[in-house]
Design a protein around this ligand. Structure first.
Ligand SMILES: Nc1nc2c(ncn2[C@@H]2O[C@H](COP(=O)(O)OP(=O)(O)OP(=O)(O)O)[C@@H](O)[C@H]2O)c(=O)[nH]1
Ligand SMILES: [Mg+2]
Length: 498
């Protein structure tokens, strides 16, 4: 058993390497707003001998901020960079010209992403730490600080005296532009978001730094201030896809084939394990007569992907036009009214010990965790599908308590591969096992490959999804109510004691 598992893990790993890891669902991203530009030290041009010229340096532009938004077309965090930095503000220049603002940067993630800020460190804190490590005395520290915040113009002539520095420092302090410490998580709580709906407007993750001030502010020919470098924030991005229905099963049990029957999505289908490496999401659209959008006739064979590709290739060679499979059906007419639409995810196959990260392990379990309806897909052609079911249940439960309970639809696929007696025997065994369980489960026999018996599955899924949505609505209302009552009760707590 252990040897077999190792072999399978090796196989899964090598396939992952072969195609590159195109599905990323967990990532640490360092984010920082752009640095502000420096203020300028400039003097107005004057005629010779007409007295001292006035300072005219412009302020620096502030740095760009980093925002977060969602896109419906994404289903992975692959597009994210590990380091995202807002645009730098440009410096001010003479004749009161202020610097341009740095460009804002937008991070786009799929809906279903959880974002957590886990670390925050500012320039100021870092320098203080470094200085302590170097063991500098106060005077040296002060000098370094001035160098950090104040720009002195060499061509403006002469050394800047400590008094001048001190004045500049005081002015900056008054404007709260001196030595701004990064707030700790206690002072300003970390950003934490569970994006379970498309964001209406971008959310600010990291603000750009303020620009420096030009020399008119200091009323000095030689001094202006530098822009701020905002703190570096580290965010953890975790993707938990949000499909209404998730398909769970061993590799090769026919999950992708079922997805194809239900949604028309051309997921890769092949007769070997780990065909599907990344979760795929399709949308099932059901009419009010119970029919669903599909371009397959009942009984029509779902071909393996390579056969389809070969046929397309031949057609191309013969000069025939090759149409990609249309997403919308020809056999359904406009008259039919859509009743419900839900999403379904086809996932990589699960292996024993997936909960301990064997096979594609966690990455896959994470993506099904949030589907309110889970469906077990079993291969009826195998010797003992009931054993498979037990393993699947066990894995879900050990990954997260209560998860196996949520899966209460059991699909017995490949019904065409067994003869009647054998099939009945296996179904009986499974029903017997399920009867012993606390929660009732529905058993559906079908053949994905020949598109038979899929109607039953659609009916059941519609029922379950509707139920789940109602429950969610009720849950949300309850939450609102609790929030309201919490507000009311807290207003008592705020009453002033005379
Ligand atoms: N005879 C028969 N074969 C089927 C049926 N459903 C799927 N198959 C075949 O089983 C094989 C695997 O199907 P897939 O849909 O790729 O299986 P999967 O569960 O997505 O597999 P992984 O992506 O590896 O986890 C393919 O060769 C299909 O043609 C069925 O109902 N009957
Ligand atoms: Mg598959």
């Amino acid at each position: 058993m252990a040897g077999e598992l190792r072999r399978r893990k090796r196989k899964a790993d090598s396939k992952r390497r072969q195609y590159g890891n195109t599905f990323v669902d967990h990532l640490l991203v360092t984010v920082r707003g752009g640095k502000g530009g420096s203020g300028a030290c400039a003097l107005q041009a004057t005629l010779k001998g007409s007295g001292p010229s006035a300072p005219c340096g412009g302020n620096g532009g502030s740095g760009g901020s980093v925002y977060l938004t969602t896109s419906p077309s994404l289903s992975s965090l692959t597009t994210l960079k590990k380091r995202v930095i807002g645009g730098q503000g440009s410096s001010g220049s003479g004749a009161f010209k202020h610097g341009r603002r740095g460009e804002d940067v937008l991070i786009t993630v799929p809906v279903g992403t959880i974002v957590r800020e886990i670390r925050r460190e500012g320039e100021e804190e870092r320098t203080v730490r470094e200085e302590n490590d170097l063991g500098l005395n106060d005077e040296e520290k002060g000098k370094r600080k001035w160098q950090r915040w104040i720009v002195t113009h060499p061509s403006a002539g002469g050394e800047v005296s400590p008094e001048e520095y001190k004045d500049a420092e005081d002015l900056l302090r008054r404007e709260q532009r001196w030595n701004i410490l990064t707030p700790t998580f206690d002072e300003v709580p970390p950003i934490e978001m569970d994006i379970d709906q498309p964001l209406v407007e971008p959310v600010l993750l990291a603000k750009g730094g303020l620009g420096g001030l030009g020399n008119p502010f200091f009323n000095s020919p030689r001094v202006s201030s530098k822009g701020f470098l905002p703190p570096t924030q580290t965010f953890e991005f975790e993707l938990k896809l949000l499909a209404d229905v998730g398909l769970v099963g061993f590799p090769n049990s026919g999950k992708s084939t079922i997805l194809r029957c239900l949604t028309g999505k051309q997921a890769e289908i092949a007769g070997y394990q780990f065909t599907t490496l990344n979760p795929q999401i399709g949308v099932v659209r059901v009419y009010d007569d119970g029919g669903w959008v599909s371009n397959l006739e009942e009984g029509e064979e779902v071909e393996e992907s390579w056969i389809r590709r070969e046929k397309e290739e031949i057609a191309r060679l013969l000069g025939e036009q090759v149409f990609p499979d249309p997403q919308l059906p020809q056999k359904k007419t406009q008259r039919e009214v859509e009743r419900i639409r839900f999403s379904i995810s086809d996932n990589p196959g699960l292996l024993p010990l997936a909960s301990e990260n064997v096979g594609l392990g966690h990455s896959f379990l994470r993506s099904i965790e949030r589907s309110p309806v889970l469906v077990y897909v079993l291969d009826l052609g195998k010797t003992s599908p009931v054993e498979d079911l037990k393993v699947l249940k066990h894995e879900l439960e050990s990954y997260k308590e209560g998860l196996s309970e949520r899966a209460n639809v059991v699909v017995l696929n490949k019904g065409d591969t067994v003869d009647e007696d054998e099939g009945k025997e296996k179904i009986k065994e499974i029903e017997k096992y399920l009867n012993g369980q606390e929660k009732e489960s529905e058993v559906i026999v079908l053949s994905g490959k020949y598109n038979l018996g899929v109607q039953n599955l659609v009916n059941t899924l519609v029922e379950k999804v509707e139920l789940a949505r109602e429950e969610r609505k009720r849950g949300l209302k309850e939450k609102e109510r609790l929030k309201d009552s919490a507000k009311k009760s807290s207003s008592f707590g705020l009453r002033r004691m005379e």
